[in-house]
Write a protein that binds this ligand. Structure first.
Ligand code: NAD
Length: 212
């Protein structure tokens, strides 16, 4: 398994390398990647070692094979099917986000417990109810889901997703949810991020460290 911190950096490197590909750049270096990723060249070389033997000392990396190996290491070798669970303000915003397919994610379904929302259109999707969720998950061949329900409903909604066959949950609700060991949950907790920011903004570096 790739350590979590390394995984986060590999995602950033892929973004950088994809940019280079778009710009038509054919070869690059750990220094160039580090510059764009705000990392050190040493860190980049160490992290990229998780993707097998890629670069050659002195001549750097070929961009296309590097992008391919990063995508392979991150599991981005096929289109992953994603659903939205909870089509409120956040769920609707995610449904309207246009860039999922750049990373091989396809938004395939949206679910809500509110009967008034079932049948309405959100982004490219028609909102479905929760009756027979397992059949719908199978029909859409869903792999993972955004969990965008209120915190109080999050555990129940996560249980329903897991029972229906979803294997990964990106949890936006500000609460910890329990899932079986074979299910993966990643949390996007913007309030926790703001709280960390509060600490750093409240404890600025000494004046001689600050940029002028
Ligand atoms: P919202 O109240 O606008 O929408 C929640 C939706 O979930 C509603 O449509 C509701 O009918 C549905 N729902 C409730 N219980 C359900 C269940 N068991 N199964 C399926 N659907 C169910 O809320 P929101 O503002 O979109 O926020 C959603 C979650 O994301 C919350 O946990 C919130 O704290 C978090 N969040 C919101 C924002 C934001 O900017 N709105 C930002 C970060 C995190």
């Amino acid at each position: 398994m790739i350590p979590t911190a390394t995984l986060g950096r590999l995602v950033t490197y892929l973004r950088v390398v994809a940019e280079l590909e778009t710009e038509g750049v054919l070869t690059t270096s750990s220094e160039a990647i580090a510059g764009r990723a705000h990392a050190t060249a040493f860190q980049v070389r160490k992290d990229l070692a998780y993707c097998g033997r890629l670069g050659t000392r002195g001549s750097g990396y070929q961009v296309a094979p590097l992008a391919r190996e990063l995508r392979r290491a991150l599991g981005l070798t096929r289109v992953w099917h994603v659903a939205i669970m909870g089509v409120g303000r956040l769920g609707q915003a995610l449904a309207d986000y246009p860039n999922f397919d750049r990373y091989d994610f396809a938004l395939r379904a949206a679910y809500d417990a509110d009967p008034a929302k079932v049948g309405s259109t959100v982004g490219p999707l028609v909102v479905e109810g929760l009756d027979d969720l397992a059949a719908s998950v199978a029909r859409h061949a869903l792999d993972m889901a955004f969990l965008t329900v209120p915190a109080a409903a999050a555990q129940g909604a996560a249980d329903a997703l897991v029972a229906a066959g979803i294997r990964g949950i990106l949890n936006f609700a500000p609460t910890v949810i329990e899932v079986p060991a074979h299910i993966r949950v990643e949390s996007v907790d913007f309030l926790a991020g703001l709280t960390r920011l509060t600490y750093y903004v409240g404890n600025p570096p000494a004046e001689h460290d600050a940029p002028s």
